[in-house]
Design a protein around this ligand. Sequence first.
Ligand SMILES: COc1ccc(OC)c(-c2cc(C(C)=O)n3cccnc23)c1
Length: 121
Amino acid sequence: RSNTEEEEPNSFKMFLQYMTRLLQRKDTHGFFAFPVNDIIAPGYSSIIQKPMDFSTINGKVEDEEYTSTNEYKKDFVLMCQNAMIYNRPETIYYKEARRLLHSGVKQLTKDNLLLMKRTLN
Ligand SMILES: COc1ccc(OC)c(-c2cc(C(C)=O)n3cccnc23)c1
């Protein structure tokens, strides 16, 4: 690592925090901000094996559980895909998930990541 862990957060962590802020801004209704529960979504926990949401992603960034952008990207895609599995296509949740997925994956493409990394360093 270039800087010691104690003094400053490492640049990869800062990069992921920045990416998450950009992605989370797209979730204008906040439908992906916190875990979905069985009260608002009946039967959710028996249909979705691996739930994911932005608060969980932020927690994993904080605890440095992501060692690559690919691992991070997988959780983002999982979060969107869960919503497209549980919710019917005509629902706002499905539509928001599809929109979030398409714009988020574009943002997480290799060249954009490289660009982002360069501008952050
Ligand atoms: C209507 O207000 C809210 C508030 C928070 C939500 O999830 C954190 C949701 C929500 C988010 C979802 C998802 C993401 O599938 N969902 C599915 C069915 C019913 N509600 C939801 C809705």
